[in-house]
Ligand binder design. Sequence first.
Ligand code: SAM
Length: 207
Amino acid sequence: MNSREEFDKIANEIFFPIYEVIAREALGILGRKNGVCLDVGSGGGHLGLSVAKASDMRLTLMDVKEDAIIIANHRIKEWGLEGRTSTIVSDVRKINLPDNSFDLITSRGSIGFWGDRDEMKQAFAEIYRVLAPNGMTYIGKGFGSAELKAKITAQMKVLHPEWPQCVIDASNGFGVEDYANFLKELKIPAEIINDDRGVWIIMKKTA
Ligand SMILES: C[S@@+](CC[C@H](N)C(=O)[O-])C[C@H]1O[C@@H](n2cnc3c(N)ncnc32)[C@H](O)[C@@H]1O
């Protein structure tokens, strides 16, 4: 996958159905539909905007790359969500946002690009810092269900025969056990989903 535009086209045309499923799953586990959501590594914004669309939440889309945020800004208008959505260019390893700010922090398909062990721990600590008391995260990778994963894999293989290996090769290679160890070392209370929905880290901050 070469460019931002190409990834966004794939997100918009092939991955599109997964975002609503993932957003609804995260909101269902959170158990409320108000408050403030941050989507980390938002790319063109599909997941965060799907959370906003399925709820009354205010939303911030964050990505380290400005070209992603330019696309996200267009999409916010396209989806008619400019009244309760903002964007920020920021690195997850040093989030330029205040402590205890977000009731729900989502992120999909970005975790594999947050760097080495120390950088991953920095990213998790930063996410936990900006998480509000009683808030939770839904951070990881996946397609929402086995059916969607199978359908998307078949479509992607036609476009890019080397997919998903090319994504795996480009990522940092950490998996569930590594995430669990990082969280344990940071003393962050969390559980990790690892099933047909994908791999999702649920950190919880008590009041
Ligand atoms: C594969 S894309 C996923 C985009 C979107 N979440 C989705 O599922 O469609 C990964 C995104 O993570 C962003 N990213 C990578 N490293 C990051 C970092 N250190 N901080 C914030 N965003 C990062 C990339 O710029 C990219 O937009």
